[in-house]
Each structure stands twice: as C-alpha cells, then as structure tokens.
Write a protein that binds this ligand. Sequence first.
Ligand SMILES: NC(=O)c1ccc[n+]([C@@H]2O[C@H](COP(=O)([O-])OP(=O)(O)OC[C@H]3O[C@@H](n4cnc5c(N)ncnc54)[C@H](O)[C@@H]3O)[C@@H](O)[C@H]2O)c1
Length: 285
Amino acid sequence: MTEKKLTGKVAMITGGARGLGRGYALRLAGLGADIAVVDRNLRSAEVYKFEKQQMTADTVVEECRALGVRALGMEVDLTNRAANEKSVADIVARMGHIDIAICNAGGGTVTFADEREPEKDASGKPIEGRMVDLGLTGTPADCPQHMLTRVLNNNLMTCMYTCMAVAPYMKAQKSGKIVTVSSTAGIQASPGYHPYGVAKAAIIHYTRSLSLELAPFNINVNCIAPDIIRTGRLGDRSQLAAMIPLGREGTIEDCAKVVEFLVTDLSDYITGKIIAIDGGRCDQR
Ligand SMILES: NC(=O)c1ccc[n+]([C@@H]2O[C@H](COP(=O)([O-])OP(=O)(O)OC[C@H]3O[C@@H](n4cnc5c(N)ncnc54)[C@H](O)[C@@H]3O)[C@@H](O)[C@H]2O)c1
C-alpha cells in the first residue's frame, strides 16, 4: 500500500492541467495531499494527443478527486500578480491552509498550442508534437519585445508572484515547502532559446535568495531543473538519447519523484538547492 505521507497537507500546483504539472498533482494526490490546480486553461491537455491519451477524466482536478483527495481547479493567468494573491487566498479560504507550492507554470513557447490554429499537413490533418517553440524564441542580441515580455512573464514572473503570494501564509504557520521550476537551459548558456534560458536562470537566483529569507520560518525552497523530458508540448525527443549519459530521455515520473522528495520530510534539511533532472547530461565538469 502507498504510504499517505501528505495526508492533511494542501498543495498548489501551477500549470497543473497537463504535462509535468499534471504529473506532480497526481503524485502528491497519491500521497494524500489535497490539490489546487491553478492554470490558465484547465483543459490544456486537450491540444496534444500525447497528453489527452493519458487523461483518465476530463480534467486533472477530477483525476485527483478519483484518488480520494479534495481537489479544486482555478483558471487564472498567473502573469498577473493580484490574480496570484487572490488564487492563494481562495485556496486558503476553501481548503484551510497552504503547505506546498509547486511553481511549474511556464514553458518556452511564444504562443501556446491552444492559442493558435493547429498546424496541418498537405492533407489538412493537424500535425502533432512539433518542437516549434525551440526555433521561435529569440537570441541574446536579437529578441523581439513581445517575446521578451511574454517568456519572462510566463516563466519568471509567474514563479515569483506565486512564491510571494504563498509566503505570508507559510510564514504565519511556520512551515512550508516551495519548489520552483527552472530548466537545464537556465544552467547552461547557449546563444539560442532566449529569453527562456534567462528566465530560468533568474529562477535559480531567486530560489537561493528566497530560501535564505524563509529558512528561519521552517520553509524549504528548492528548485528543479529538468532537461529533456517527454511531454506533449515538446514531443518525442528519444532521438537525443545518445547525448544523455543514462541513455534515454526523461519522463514525467522521473521529475515527479524528485518533487515528492522535495515536498516530504525526506528533504527537511535541504533548502536553496538546484536539482538537475537530466540523466547526467549537465554539470559534467
Ligand atoms: N518538458 C520539458 O522537457 C521541460 C524541461 C525543462 C523545464 N520544463 C519546465 O517545466 C514546466 C512544465 O513544462 P511542460 O513541458 O509540462 O509544459 P506544458 O506546456 O505542457 O504545461 C504548462 C502548463 O502551464 C500552463 N501555463 C503556462 N503559462 C501560464 C500562465 N501564465 N498562467 C497559468 N498557467 C500557465 C499551461 O496552460 C500548461 O497547462 C515549465 O515551467 C517548463 O519550462 C520542462
């Protein structure tokens, strides 16, 4: 039987409607936590076949309830600071407290798949799983303003606003676990894929600063930096396995297991740390 070590805890997962965020929500629900999924689109899984095929209910909220926990969903654009504060206040009002925040909302895309017309092949059939976002972001010397604003807002500002919104509640209760989500793109610099790498690097710096401020309140703040992880948005990248020491692309479960570690008592003495989930690809020297 799975140990229900998070029974009685309330976890907020931003961007939890699909992909990695869904994996974190289900993992923590499986450990007994009550779940609040906050996402700009609670049905965002519908736009990718890979995501849709895995769903066992219409939304992640319903999937969590099926695991026997309380779950609520909120459709919120987290680039708005006041909306973050209201979401957290609503979670506390409806669920009593907030113990865990997984700041997962983000992604490299300039436009989300659910905001654009699906790309079609010559026969008019929608093409699934294109890595279009890799090519569409800017470079350090040439990044259009709309990309800068959008990518920094969706990744860095959503993360900072959520942390700032949960901090007063966690400080008052003198406990909490916060997990921020960077990327190996925030650890290793490259000329492309900007400003995503910049946003994710800033999340690492922010995590370290925040962890120092919140440590006296018994709040752990740590960061995960996934590398090549199979989700619907980025598609199948198994062809890159040869450059990964462990010989395969990562899975959502690989990341969810690390999140479990960071939100349970297993990591009570760890704060301000960055954990790359990369099969050994980064930090080789
Ligand atoms: N998949 C990977 O290989 C990978 C690698 C490194 C880092 N990451 C990071 O992990 C996180 C999740 O990645 P994913 O592949 O599951 O992405 P995804 O696009 O499948 O899911 C992201 C979710 O966040 C939501 N979201 C985005 N912006 C939002 C906003 N402003 N307000 C509210 N909700 C918002 C989306 O609606 C979506 O449901 C992202 O932060 C991403 O940068 C992913």
